[in-house]
Ligand binder design. Structure first.
Ligand code: HEC
Length: 109
């Protein structure tokens, strides 16, 4: 069971790599997955703490545009009380940030 899941994840990962380039996927895993999870479900310790939405859900993905996603990465996200929930991503160029948008969109089931 676990092996099957793992294999599936590997297939998904390699599909993403060949479509969007290794860097964007690697960047997602490095900079986003600790909160959003590699699969985008937000089923991580941080994700649960912060109440992260499930990015595999089409309804969640429909809530923000690519520009808003870029802005979220560039400037961070605050909740309705103005508290920062997602910090601005540091150390990546605008091009690297933009390249992650299709990777994130591809998490949608
Ligand atoms: C510190 C944890 C954390 C990290 C790291 C993080 N996020 Fe987030 N992200 C959040 C939280 C919390 C929210 C707000 C709740 C939600 O919408 O799920 C959020 C929201 C978002 C949104 C929705 C923005 C909107 O306008 O609704 C996008 C898109 C997003 N993150 C993409 C990313 C990408 C891409 C990365 C990596 C470059 C990343 N996040 C890294 C915690 C994080």
């Amino acid at each position: 069971m676990t092996t099957t899941k793992h294999l599936f994840a590997l297939i998904l990962a390699s599909a993403a790599v060949s479509t969007y380039g290794a860097d964007a996927t690697a960047n997602w895993n490095e900079h986003c997955a600790k909160c959003h999870g590699e699969d985008g479900k937000g089923n991580t310790k941080m994700g649960k703490k912060l109440g992260i939405a499930d990015l595999t859900d089409a309804k969640v993905q429909a809530k923000f545009t690519d520009e808003q996603a870029f802005k979220a990465m560039k400037s961070g996200v605050t909740d309705d009380k103005g508290k920062t929930t997602m910090k601005a991503i540091e150390g990546l160029s605008d091009a690297d940030l933009k390249a992650m948008i299709p990777v994130m969109r591809a998490l949608k089931k």
